[in-house]
Write a protein that binds this ligand. Structure first.
Ligand SMILES: Cc1cc2nc3c(=O)[nH]c(=O)nc-3n(C[C@H](O)[C@H](O)[C@H](O)COP(=O)(O)OP(=O)(O)OC[C@H]3O[C@@H](n4cnc5c(N)ncnc54)[C@H](O)[C@@H]3O)c2cc1C
Ligand code: SF4
Length: 517
């Protein structure tokens, strides 16, 4: 039996950072590392196979790397671990640690579960704050204190000052502006005029033996998980993630800003980085990603708007949604300000819809567990908002399907930004858009059974009908919102006969949405 003074550091699958707060406080050769693949945890929802492959393969690699460095590791694989408590008890019986140390989990429910686990363990469980984010929960709460509404832009400027990223010695932002978003909104027409540039393909790593072993284990324990094992091709180690980041900075970042909002059929990731899967589990560090973009700008390799746009996503949006999550949970998860109650249509699980924008986006996520931001917000989120799907049903689906899904990042993005379920705390106006926006920012409409130019009757784009119907249903709420009053006014100005036809056709569409039986 080991020396009782030895402690155990328990590391969760989304805490695989070499600077994990609990890990760096432990002593190699003395303390032990514990990893648990609890079947109850990984089977809590019907997760996409690629999400599970990423988490489990990365955790197995991380543990092996620590072993190679000389750490003692106790690893409980899926087949050996019914749930966290049984694995923890087994670990205690065999290793007898003086305490178990863990970094505070990133998600609220896991954090609560730890608090209740603590009462059932035979040794103390000590939880220390995470350093996986640049703004701590306490700092964010302080910044939010006394404010009725939080603005991401103000928070972002504060983060620029704190990190010194893209700041000059006189305290002014580099280039004289904080935000170059106005230069970052290339449309389909702009893209065509620019010669239709396409990104260089990502250097997708081949699957190695541990990843293939995970795929076999998943076939045993979660055979009905969506997605095919052969399609999984993401980095699962820190070294491979750093290579992936370098490739993005070299090859894609220069064009990232300009085409950030564009959606093209058959181009699921455009010029985006696809670093969120690795960033969210600790393989990459947010500051190093932002610094890499700044260095590329300072070395003259990328334009300022591209570097600034990318840095804003990481130190602005990412930190902001995490701050809002911890500020507002647990109530945030239950919000439904627009009283949306419709069930999620069945085509979210099979992609079978004749709305081409929706079909293409769903096809991509069902295959690879990924869509880029505008597809998530302006195709899927927009559709769910306009059709009044219950936010918590949508949240469950997003949490199941995306390789980078974690409750802390999903809640504010989906419930707040996309579905306006928080009544406008995250976004002052609803992100509602009709077919004209989708036509402008994508080529989906070119191969669709519908057309945004047809307003009613056969071939009319359902996004248009649903958009106006949304403002009909919620007109009283939005008429007094300075940022959303215009569509309400336009709607009210239309002849009543037009309004009647549009709402009738929209309701017909809504009533015929296919349910999962
Ligand atoms: C409805 C909805 C659901 C989302 N779900 C998730 C999710 O589960 N996990 C997740 O990481 N992001 C989520 N996002 C945010 C964003 O869409 C993804 O971070 C981004 O698409 C990931 O792709 P990327 O790494 O290529 O990002 P890039 O476009 O290359 O951006 C770089 C990084 O910035 C960060 N970032 C950018 N926008 C956001 C944002 N709004 N919130 C948080 N971080 C941001 C991410 O870490 C991202 O990796 C969601 C957004 C919406 C609207
Ligand atoms: S016509 Fe409407 S439904 Fe079809 S792709 Fe365009 S926006 Fe989507």
């Amino acid at each position: 039996m080991s020396d009782p003074a030895h402690k155990t550091v328990w590391i969760l699958a989304d805490q695989l950072s070499v600077t994990n707060a609990a890990l760096i406080s432990a002593r190699k050769g003395h303390d032990r590392l514990l990893f648990i693949e609890s079947r109850k945890t990984f089977g809590k929802l019907s997760y996409h196979r690629h999400r599970l492959m990423l988490l489990l393969s990365a955790m197995r690699h991380f543990a092996e790397e620590r072993k190679d460095e000389g750490w003692q590791v106790d690893y409980h694989k899926l087949g050996d671990s019914l749930d966290m408590l049984s694995s923890l008890s087994r670990h205690y019986d065999s290793c007898n640690p003086s305490e178990i140390l863990i970094t505070r989990p990133n998600n609220h429910d896991e954090s609560l579960a730890l608090d209740s686990l603590r009462k059932k363990l035979k040794c103390p469980l000590r939880i220390i704050p995470t350093t996986q984010f640049l703004c701590s929960q306490e700092d964010f709460a302080e910044l939010a204190q006394g404010k009725k509404r939080l603005l991401m832009e103000n928070f972002y400027r504060e983060m620029r000052r704190r990190t010194g990223l893209l700041m000059e010695s006189d305290g002014k932002p580099t280039g004289g502006e904080w935000n170059f978003d106005a230069e970052n909104r290339g449309t389909l027409q702009d893209w065509k005029k620019a010669g239709s540039p396409l990104p260089s393909p990502l250097a997708r790593p081949p699957q190695d033996a541990p990843t293939r072993e995970v795929a076999v284990d998943l076939e045993t324990w979660f055979p009905s998980a969506p997605g095919m094992p052969k399609d999984f091709a993401l980095p699962v180690t820190r070294a491979a993630s750093l290579k992936w980041l370098d490739h993005f900075i070299e090859e894609r970042l220069p064009d990232f800003g300009t085409w950030q909002d564009l959606m093209l059929q058959g181009e699921p990731d455009m010029f985006h980085s696809i670093i969120s899967p690795m960033l969210n589990i600790g393989l990459l560090d947010p500051l190093e990603c932002a610094k890499a973009a700044e260095a590329a700008y300072r070395n003259g390799k990328v334009p300022l708007p591209a570097a600034e746009g990318f840095i804003r996503q990481i130190i602005g949006w990412r930190e902001f949604v995490n701050g809002v999550y911890w500020l507002k949970m647990p109530a945030y998860g239950e919000l439904n300000a627009l009283e949306a109650e419709r069930p999620l249509p069945s085509f979210f699980y099979d992609g079978k819809t004749d709305l081409n924008c929706l079909h293409q986006t769903l096809k991509e996520v069902l295959k690879g567990g990924f869509n880029h931001h505008i597809q998530r917000l302006m195709i899927l989120g927009n559709f769910l908002l306009l059709t009044g799907i219950k936010p918590q049903e949508a949240l469950r689906w997003f949490n199941e399907m995306y390789i980078d899904a974690h409750d802390w990042v999903m809640a504010a993005n989906l419930l707040g930004m996309a579905l306006h379920a928080d009544g406008g705390f995250m976004a002052t106006k609803p992100y509602a858009a009709g077919g004209a926006y989708i036509r402008k920012m994508s080529n989906y409409c070119d191969s669709c059974a519908y057309s945004p130019e047809i307003k009613t009757g056969p071939g009319a784009c359902p996004f248009n009908l649903l958009y106006w119907n949304f403002y009909d249903v919620h007109q009283d709420r939005f008429a007094s919102n300075p940022r959303a009053a215009m569509p309400v006014r336009s709607w009210r100005k239309r002849p009543e006969s037009d309004r009647r036809v549009i709402t009738r056709e929209a309701w017909h569409y809504l009533e015929n949405l296919p349910n999962r039986s």
